[in-house]
Design a protein around this ligand. Sequence first.
Ligand SMILES: CC(C)(COP(=O)(O)OP(=O)(O)OC[C@H]1O[C@@H](n2cnc3c(N)ncnc32)[C@H](O)[C@@H]1OP(=O)(O)O)[C@@H](O)C(=O)NCCC(=O)NCCS
Length: 326
Amino acid sequence: MKNVGIISVGCYLPKRVLTNFDLEKMVDTSDEWITTRTGIKERRIANKDERNSALAVHAAKDALKRAHLDPAKVELIVVATISPDSNFPSVSCLVQKALGAKKAAAFDIGAACSGFLYALTTAKQYVQNGLYKNALVIASEKITNLVDWADRNTCVLFGDGAGACVLAPVAGNRGIIADYLHAQGEFGELMEVVVDNSVEPLTQEKHKVHKPYLVMQGKELFKVAVNSMADAVEIAVQKAKLKLSDIDCVVPHQANDRIISAVAWKLNIPKEKIFVNIDKYGNMSAASIAVALYEAIEQKKIKRGNNVVLVTFGAGLVSAANVVRW
Ligand SMILES: CC(C)(COP(=O)(O)OP(=O)(O)OC[C@H]1O[C@@H](n2cnc3c(N)ncnc32)[C@H](O)[C@@H]1OP(=O)(O)O)[C@@H](O)C(=O)NCCC(=O)NCCS
């Protein structure tokens, strides 16, 4: 079996910044509440005409450029998203068209905030078994389209963005050395976007009154998130035949800085080893880890030979972790 690694990363963040002070003018909240409860100071919001697939294309081009890979040579495109432009065509097909990646197979994965790691693990299998020589994995979200901007419980938490990476065989003992994917459907009601068009067709009349907004039971989700992420790290590290003390850097899903701190405390991992950028972007769902990974590399928090853990949880509930030897 080939070792498969992340040979480049890319990123795109919409230009528009929405600060906590801006939110103070929109709902009954305060910078102090948001900062102390979540660690978020600001987030990016895509413009109305800036579609999810456009964010994905920007991030993909960045990753391909850094990998010196011609789009025409890309063999597989997997996009993790829960906020696609439309039900179909998939975002991956829109990206394939925009890049001119005519040779590539393309599909989307919907695993909410765990999407990037689900996509990474899925795409890795295809490269590892030799079906494809490379894969372009993208996590892209325009999640703020699903947010009720009058609901202070949720609107302060989310932001838009996209991250991407190129996977290819790597030499030596480098690469993605352990994977762990998990699901707990019994906690599905803790975070939902309900569109009941599976029961009855969504008529034009219903569409006017029913907005498919994101609803969340934050407190309950918090507890499950801490336990699932801590378990995922332990299992993935064990699968990699490493100890927690061998880990140089953890890149967690950025949902709440208090969740990240609680996971660090539970696992007895020093917070300095954990990469956090939630203050700038909030929770970008699937894109959070992809963007955090990009920034951790840019800031040289991840260096050649490091053992890196990527870990996440999200609506579903789904959790996942990967160990990557850089
Ligand atoms: C949402 C979350 C930040 C709330 O923090 P919390 O400490 O649990 O806060 P609580 O739910 O106890 O709410 C405390 C109070 O703040 C209020 N509140 C909620 N949002 C507020 C806001 N933006 N500004 C001011 N007050 C707010 C609540 O109404 C509540 O008021 P009450 O006590 O009068 O009823 C936190 O629970 C969380 O991050 N949960 C996980 C969410 C998550 O990860 N989602 C993404 C999954 S991928």
